[in-house]
Ligand binder design. Sequence first.
Ligand SMILES: [Zn+2]
Length: 138
Amino acid sequence: MKLWGSILIVLGLFWGVIAFDMPTSVKIDGKTIGSGEHSSYIEPHEVFNLSLASNRNLNLTIAAVITVIGAILFGFGSLQPSESSNPNARKCPFCAEAIQPEALICKHCKSDLSIIPKNPENLSEVELNKLIEKLKLK
Ligand SMILES: [Zn+2]
């Protein structure tokens, strides 16, 4: 969700920059009107073009809508409680993903966590040897 939000924001901003750069006028070449002593030369100039301008406005609107949707998605993504923010979460020793402290099987990599002690630093030597034997059997 958050990823999609950021993708849409980038896309929207990118689209916005492109739309902002779109021309709203067309170049008219210089030309001579009439003939003889009444002829007059019209300098090359740019003429504001309504359909180009509305096209640009449309693209700017689309870009704005995409950016807003992206921002909303990004916001919702941040509101969702993530497992890593859970203060009780511990790391799976196999895949390093955050898991519930009571989990016996990692939901990410399906590893058996029942043989992993909750607090390995407090293990006695006997318990440690038992664990090593268990791991050897696997
Ligand atoms: Zn895992």
